[in-house]
Write a protein that binds this ligand. Structure first.
Ligand SMILES: [Zn+2]
Ligand SMILES: [Zn+2]
Length: 341
């Protein structure tokens, strides 16, 4: 091939020109005069490539600048150098130097763009600030009240789980936690979040769940919009409680979706209990009401402790080879003190 401009023969040509003539004075890259970098005033994340991301301001300025870089169709950018020059508070000039490969020849070109930092509110924050919700978990028990400790524990578990899930899906959030007579209502950003949390909670507590939905309207694109309510009925028992099952006292040590595990307080053996059996147990001492007793002496698998209220010395049976400290947890059943492992 020959160059139509300089006439050189036997050369590789681009659009009829040898590479020298083609590259001569040609702009290889271009950037617009300015670009806006949107930052959410609430969560301080930046919108880059239509995604909200958490990053340093400098990095965000560079990244948004590079999204505006375009290159001639005959070339390919092989590397870029970026220099950010801060102008005023919210204005930056980003200088870009790019190495562009044109048919195997690498040439360098440069350009710059002004980045203007603008505040806005991202969709998630505007929804969260507006208390938007798609589902509600109503936490209740079989009785008229929900224990404060249990309520706080459930709310903490939900908060931790949502925080964790929102690391990979930023549209998930809790919009509101509202105490109501008999329990607490947790308002959530999505139906699937409500589903996941209810499943987690019902597995942790062995709780019953009832789901109901209601049509709340039609979205701008014509889809029917539903809101789902999950009624979570927490059982009266709770891990750590002392329960009575078939006239024997046990410490409930674990609860899962199929039932639970418990330790017999007479012979300290571990057994499991099925979910339907759990429904028949009676809580005789809540975990927080279990008392501590001071150990006076020990002889084999028996210890002598001071009764937590009368301070009389009492014998208490303990498991074989059990390590004990200066105090032990005890529960009194039919005037006998039982050791709680
Ligand atoms: Zn030429
Ligand atoms: Zn935000």
């Amino acid at each position: 091939m020959f160059c139509v401009k300089c006439g050189e023969e036997d050369v590789e040509t681009v659009n009829g020109l040898c590479l020298n003539c083609f590259l001569d004075g040609r702009k290889l890259i271009s950037m617009p005069h300015h670009v806006d970098l949107m930052r959410c005033a609430n969560c301080e994340e930046f919108s880059v490539n239509d995604q909200w991301v958490r990053k340093d301001l400098d990095q965000a300025v560079e990244d948004i600048a590079l999204t505006t870089l375009s290159v001639i169709p005959e070339g390919k950018v092989v590397s870029v150098g970026v220099m950010v020059e801060k102008q005023e508070d919210k204005t930056f000039v980003v200088h870009v130097q790019a190495d562009v490969d044109v048919s195997g020849v690498v040439a360098t070109d440069e350009d710059s763009v002004i980045v203007r930092l603008k505040n806005t509110v991202c969709k998630r924050c505007s929804r969260q600030l507006g208390s938007y919700y798609e589902s509600i978990i109503q936490v209740r028990t079989g009785e008229k009240t929900l224990d404060d400790d249990l309520r706080d524990e459930v709310v903490r578990a939900v908060t931790a789980s949502v925080e964790n899930q929102s690391k990979t899906n930023r549209s998930l959030f809790i919009s509101k936690v509202q105490q109501v007579p008999g329990g607490v209502d947790i308002y959530l950003s999505s139906i699937s979040l409500g589903k996941t949390l209810t499943r987690e909670l019902s597995e942790t507590y062995g709780a019953e769940v009832k789901e109901s939905s209601s049509l709340v309207g039609v979205s701008s694109d014509g889809q029917e919009v539903y809101r789902v309510t999950f009624l979570l009925r927490l059982p009266m028992y709770h891990v750590g409680d002392i329960i009575m099952f078939k006239d024997r006292p046990y410490e409930l040590t674990a609860v899962n979706k199929n039932g639970g595990k418990m330790t017999d307080l007479y012979d300290f053996r571990e057994t499991s209990i099925k979910k339907f059996e759990l429904l028949t147990v009676k809580v005789i001492c809540k975990e927080k009401d279990i008392k501590e007793a001071t150990v006076v002496s020990r002889s084999g698998d028996e210890i002598q402790v001071l009764h937590p209220t009368s301070y009389l010395t009492k014998d208490v049976r303990i498991p074989k080879d059990c390590e004990i400290g200066e105090t032990v947890k005890v529960v009194e059943i039919e005037e006998v003190l039982l050791f709680v492992p």
